[in-house]
Design a protein around this ligand. Structure first.
Ligand code: UDP
Length: 458
């Protein structure tokens, strides 16, 4: 019979305790396996730092050649294989092929790493793996270890994919309005494109829905969210899976300041440009538009042009992150013409930027980390979603958390400059700007409270 047990610092699990743990008295050792993307590494490294702060030994493992910096305090960083082992070998490989290769090479190399750590006197007790990598749970099980799944998307997005996983939501979704438990009614445009037009994104629906493989069997399920942000979705998920919201996973300096020197994520795939902070110093409070589409989005050239035109038309100062791979899509001479009003950088320390008083609005793709960072730092948003969970996050930004607006694309799927200008004005100086800022302030406080009261192992 399986009985509830309290493990890993106060967590209750109804799953049977792996044999290895029964003899062990010392603090546990967790092996953390993030999916090797910036938006997955950031929340999982922050979670790791919080555990390490409590004396838990952490080993963080990513494929070779992924990071440009690896300063993560007392956390050991190890490499596993995704079958390529260099950025050059990975380039041009499609998502389906890469996922398959990662599953095979990752399973084998993670097993080897666990053996190596055991032989070196640092036996692993628990594998916390990104839900994108359900094979990590299988490795944990085969080694008799605790297994934990870590979701880097909201519980609301989990509800969507879990319903697909259970066959309760048929894909492709054809209805105009979708009503799912725990969620407000959603329009097709609020859904991840992978459930609306799966054929356009080969392999991705399987990846996203596959996140639930083995989860019902795992010992712990963590979600990088805050309970109150999506109470109904969390409550509904809890009926089937014992999810624990552990967010917001952002550096301690921006929340409770309990962790010394925890001022940034620490593990980066990009090098930040330091000039932007200096430029923000010169601006008045809430006057600058910060624009960033995260680490992956590849916007249409036309969309970049519309954005550039809109930024010029607002007449406001702006800071725009355009990754070097995207720079060629900027209108000719834009960088020179914009100088004085706007600064374009290839990457920045986003948290520092969002925390700066000069920033008045964040034009974002609504990647979940960016959204949660803006919520945690009280910055109103203009959502211009690109793909994945971003449209759903943008819907919540506008209609549930009421801290911004979701921009409307035209029939070609491009958000035009007039719409962009109107959204920015609405958020920065419209009738409801004050209300949005007040809501943003409220969520900012909640992020801190949640960290103290609910995540009691912090
Ligand atoms: N980020 C950053 N500097 C930038 C742009 C983004 O540090 O110039 C960070 C941002 O703070 C966030 C992550 O990169 O933590 C992006 O994750 P998100 O989920 O928002 O989007 P993704 O990159 O996964 O699409």
């Amino acid at each position: 019979m399986i009985t509830p047990q309290t493990n890993l610092h106060g967590y209750t699990t109804t799953k049977s305790k792996p044999k290895e743990m029964e003899k062990k008295q010392q603090k546990p050792h967790c092996l953390i396996l993030p999916y090797p993307l910036q938006g997955h590494i950031n929340p999982m490294i922050q979670f790791s730092k919080r555990l390490a702060h409590k004396g838990i030994t952490i080993t963080f493992a990513v494929p070779q050649g992924i990071l440009t910096s690896s300063a993560a305090g007392n956390i050991a960083v190890e490499t596993i294989s995704d079958g390529y082992d260099s950025a050059a070998n990975r380039a041009g490989v499609g998502p389906q092929e890469r996922l398959l290769s990662f599953k095979t090479a990752g399973t084998e190399s993670t097993s080897r790493l666990i053996e190596k750590l055991r032989e070196g006197g640092r036996p692993v007790d628990c594998v916390v793996c990104d839900a994108f990598m359900p094979w990590g749970l299988a490795v944990a099980k085969s080694k008799g270890l605790f297994g934990a799944a870590f979701f880097t998307q909201t519980s609301s997005v989990n509800v969507i994919y879990y319903n697909v996983f259970k066959g309760l939501l048929k894909v492709p979704v054809l209805e105009k309005e979708i009503v799912l438990p725990g969620l407000p009614p959603l329009a097709v445009s609020d859904l991840p494109p992978f459930v609306v037009e799966p054929e356009k994104h080969p392999g991705l629906l399987e990846l996203l829905v596959g996140q639930f493989e083995g989860v019902e069997d795992s010992h712990f399920v963590f979600v990088n969210s805050v309970y109150e942000l999506e109470e109904e979705a969390n409550d509904w998920m809890k009926k089937s899976i014992s999810v624990k919201t552990i967010g917001p996973t952002i550096p301690s300096l921006y929340l409770d300041k309990r962790l010394q020197d925890d001022t940034n994520y620490g593990l980066s795939m990009f090098k930040p440009d330091d000039t932007c902070m200096k430029s923000l110093q010169q601006r008045s409070p809430k006057s600058v538009i910060y624009v960033s589409f995260g680490s992956m989005a590849k916007l249409d050239k036309h969309q970049m042009e519309e954005l550039a035109t809109a930024l010029k038309l607002t007449g406001k100062h702006f800071l725009w992150v355009v990754r070097s791979s995207e720079v060629s899509k900027l209108p000719e001479n834009f960088t020179d013409e914009a100088s004085g009003k706007g600064l374009i950088v290839s990457w920045c320390s986003q948290l520092e930027v969002l925390a700066h008083e000069a920033v008045g609005c964040f034009v974002t793709h609504c990647g979940w980390n960016s959204t949660l960072e803006a919520l945690s730092l009280g910055v109103p948003m203009v959502g211009v979603p690109w793909w994945s969970d971003q449209a759903t996050n943008a819907k919540f930004v506008m209609d549930v958390w009421k801290v911004g607006v979701k921009a409307c694309p035209n029939e070609e799927g491009v958000v035009g400059h007039e719409e962009l200008v109107s959204c920015v004005k609405h958020v920065m100086e419209g009738e409801r700007a004050g209300e949005m800022r007040e809501n943003a302030r409220k969520w900012k406080e909640l992020g801190k409270v949640d960290l103290y009261t609910r995540n009691n192992f912090y």
